[in-house]
Write a protein that binds this ligand. Structure first.
Ligand code: ADP
Ligand code: TRP
Length: 318
């Protein structure tokens, strides 16, 4: 049976290697294993991003950058549909329909909401309602698999629950239940300070970083003195090489943090360089990038509008 895969990233800043190894890498790996009849939808979640970015120029720039990033990591617009969420208005429309069958206490149990509340952050209605728009993103495409990072698992559960609830209330089988897919073994990529690598902590290594930027970040990795193996350096190294490949290096350089960091710089740069170069080339032809998004919007709309019409009939407005 054919498979439908859908995922997305918010255009809220430059991606880092945590985003790549935790989530984006899977987009490419899955794309390259598609069988005929399968579909891969890769979205720029700009309406989700709007909860965090209220500046026209930044929104435009981030969105275009993310489209280039997708292409640079190897998402192929011939094999996959790359599109912008805001180009397909069925998403917000279905999100609204889901709002009407969703309760406040249910949304209040979301980790993201609870974290924001614990930190006394001001929470927009859009951020509170984030899981319903995400459920719409997923369910409009009859998605089977949603590849995401660990911290997005709960959101996919919200999409499943919402599909079940809608089907139950309207006595229908309109929505298929999606499954989450996370990368085995890569739970959370640590940042240079040992905490979760995150745009908000300033502890990242950019996915398209230059050699100098990589060197600066790696030299700044916090090392726990007293042990032969610097934990944070090793954790990052493991993203790129197997235990067996690393064993001789770490054995030969016990306690020599500088030498191990130099080796890590070398390996990160070797991995990033081809993507960085591809990105530079893509950035020279912005018209082509816009054309990819325009074509993606047409393909995504065809599927989403069809599904929304089905939903509208079920709820009795069409
Ligand atoms: P950030 O924390 O940097 O703002 P996002 O929240 O935009 O990152 O996350 C985008 C995607 O990347 C999500 O699927 C998330 O699970 C994944 N991700 C982000 N940081 C990490 C990390 N340090 N390790 C693994 N996956 C991550
Ligand atoms: N919430 C996701 C993130 O922050 C982005 C996202 C929006 C998404 N809609 C989605 C991911 C649908 C997968 C499927 O990373």
């Amino acid at each position: 049976m054919s498979k439908i895969i859908l995922s997305g990233v918010k255009p809220t800043g430059r991606p880092h290697i945590g985003n790549y190894f935790g989530a984006m890498k899977q987009f490419v790996d899955l794309q390259n294993k598609l069988a005929s009849g399968d579909h891969n939808f890769i979205m720029i979640a700009d309406y989700h991003g709007l909860n965090f970015i209220h500046d026209q120029a930044t929104m435009r720039e981030n969105t275009l950058n993310l489209a280039i990033d997708y292409l640079a990591i190897g998402i192929d617009p011939v094999k996959s549909t790359i599109f912008k969420q805001s180009d397909v208005s069925a998403h917000t429309e279905l999100g609204w329909i889901f709002n009407t069958i969703t309760t406040m206490p249910y949304l209040m149990r979301a980790h993201a909401f609870k974290d924001a509340e614990a930190k006394n952050k001001e929470i927009s209605v859009g951020a509170f309602d984030y899981p319903m728009l995400m459920a719409a993103d997923i369910l409009l495409y009859n998605t089977d698999i949603v590849p995401v990072g660990q911290d997005q698992k709960q959101h996919v559960e919200y999409a499943r629950d919402t599909a079940l609830k809608f089907n139950h209330i309207f006595k229908t089988e309109t929505f298929k239940l999606p499954d989450v897919l996370t990368i085995e073994g890569v739970a959370v990529v640590p940042g240079t300070d040992g905490q979760k690598m995150s745009k908000s902590y300033g502890n990242t290594i950019g996915l398209f970083a230059t050699r100098e930027e990589i060197t600066k970040a790696v030299m700044g990795i916090v090392t726990d003195s007293g042990s032969d193996v610097p934990k944070n350096v090793y954790a990052m190294h493991r993203l790129l090489k197997s235990e067996a490949e690393l064993a001789p290096l770490y054995e030969a350089n016990k306690g020599k943090y500088k030498a191990l960091k130099d080796a890590l710089v070398e390996d990160i740069d070797a991995f990033i360089k081809p993507m960085r170069e591809r990105r530079e080339e893509l950035a020279r032809d912005i018209d082509k990038v816009h054309a990819v998004l325009a074509e993606g919007a047409i393909k995504a709309r065809a599927q989403a509008d069809m599904k929304l019409a089905e939903v509208k009939k079920v709820i009795g407005v069409l």
